[in-house]
Design a protein around this ligand. Sequence first.
Ligand code: CUA
Length: 359
Amino acid sequence: MNELFRAVLFLPPQASSVALEVDVLHYSVISATMLGALAVFALATWWLIRFRRRGEAHATTPRVRMPLPFEVGLIVGTLGLFLAWWVVGFLQFVRQEAPPDDALRVHVTAKQWMWKFAYPDGGSSINVLTVPVGRPVHLVMTARDVIHSFYVPAFRLKQDVVPGTYLSLWFEASAAGTYPVYCAEYCGLEHSRMRAVVVALEPDEYAAWSQDRRRAPLDGMPQGRMPDDGAGGDMVQQGREAAARHGCFACHTVDGQPHIGPSWAGLFGSARSFVGSDPVVVDEAYLTRSMMDPMAEIVSGFQPVMPSYQGALTATEVGALVELIRSLRDVPLAGPSVELPRTEVPNAPPRAADEEVQP
Ligand code: CUA
């Protein structure tokens, strides 16, 4: 039945853990609406013939009243069907929005007109994303210039990718193979050629691929490296280097000691409260927002002294900083509290690398 529907609707193979359930919902919506349309069309045709004009006699049509149970049944039935679809779709959406904790993380940067994939161990590739079958993969995605959209038809997944923030998408490939990735948001002249592939490998093949790559991280990469890549090392190491380069450590600590800005220790995944706005849970999007627009949300107990890093940090550096802060999620906070009394905070903090961050 699944294969029949798939053939009739010209759908690509189902190659992710969510593809079948997405398709089943699609099949049920399309079958019900098609059957409904067919029934209306058939009834209209029959009535057209049955009540066609015959002769000159002009009889008045009697007033027709619909029985109440029929009317109620029709309304409740139709509404119930739509609500059932909504509930099923909403539950699927919620599952697809929450990546499992043990997922393999890959940073995705979209730019006119290519996709760059950076793996946590430091390697990266252009337009080829290699993943293992049967293991969740969490894509942490941002764009460098304009809005793009990461679309993998075989996985039944699509996510807009927006400059200045990180959005996430996760999937679990269910069959080995090579699946096309398209950009699904018009992004300029070469939009239609902004393509990539996901290569899903069996776990043992993936392990071998991963090992090969680690052994020759620089020239063993078939797809090359982007010019703004760090000198090497994993993303956490690249994050430390970027933080040192941009003077982040002048205000932020990594060991939980309170300083001019909030410590990065234990920050990721924790709840944050702010002066004058609602609390949030610290994730990739919040961290990026804080780097680009630090005045938007001032953490309670801190002075609004951080400059914006919009334009000063490359997408790769932001990704590396996010990975660094994420790696510190289990470091306990030192001292009694991170909330410094406001009076002890100096007005003009020393900034080690002021000239570097000027756009
Ligand atoms: Cu990128 Cu269209």
